[in-house]
Design a protein around this ligand. Sequence first.
Ligand code: GDP
Ligand code: MG
Length: 312
Amino acid sequence: MASQLIRDWVGINTFATATQTKLLELLGKLKQEDVSTLTILVMGKGGVGKSSTVNSIIGERAVTVSPFQSEGPRPVIVSRSRAGFTLNIIDTPGLIEGGYVNDQALEIIKRFLLNKTIDILLYVDRLDAYRVDNLDKQIVKAITDSFGKGIWNRALVVLTHAQLSPPDGLPYEDFYSKRSEALLKVVRMGAGLKKHDKQDFAIPVVLVENSGRCNKNESDEKVLPNGTAWIPHLVKTITEVVLNGSQSIVVDKKLIEGPNPNERGKFLIPLIFALQYFFVIKPIERAIKNDIAKESRPSWEMRDTGVGSRKF
Ligand code: GDP
Ligand code: MG
């Protein structure tokens, strides 16, 4: 990452003082744990607010935001440094084209990430979407196939457009939890996470409102309809995931060019069967044979053999 330009993180000064204080506190906590660099990968469908979220976190217009499908085909890395801490955020183009995962776009993203370490994945979608479908599952599967299941230990689901009034008078928290549940279910399916993985893979869902019309509280912090100051809450959740004891994803040549990381090691299966045959099944067979040979035959069996050998 030597060639990339690391600028001073001045955007942090645009946040409300209360937000700045909380952010610096969180960065201090990370540094205490020897984390002085964070690389965040932002992925999701087109138009869900990925680029806007990058800009909101950085506090400046660092990447292009567009209401229309006009994203460039390449990922962009934005690096900012503050008080000895470096934040890298990688914005990526949407992964869907013509109703399918665009494999070429995915390939470009993977090549871009070569020799980088992903500390956090922000999987972005909108809060105000009313359905999840097979396409969502396909994107999650494509991410999993590219970087391995372990990336979901380092993931947050980010829901944009969070300043909304739910339909049919549904309470905000109910709407949020229903949407989260539906999306998490699809993420778990797409990532191939099993029930017993649950403990390992408790993926947090966080809300974001990128609009300039986001409501503010009395301390001038941007707040959601539920009163949460969302920027510090997002960074706090990121900090928790970073410190949850799981591994960052190192994107090396092997990961990019090798087989699907979840299938790695499958070639060992025949070898394991062979070893089992020679070291487990064979010795058991031998032991049984020995036992039989050693066994003194009961008298009734002797008689039986006698009968069996008679010629008719
Ligand atoms: P991307 O394609 O995923 O990078 O999406 P963009 O960040 O370019 O956003 C697409 C459009 O949605 C732009 O017009 C943004 O202004 C708008 N947008 C993004 N996030 C939000 C949000 O949280 N609230 C609202 N109201 N609009 C948003
Ligand atoms: Mg974008």
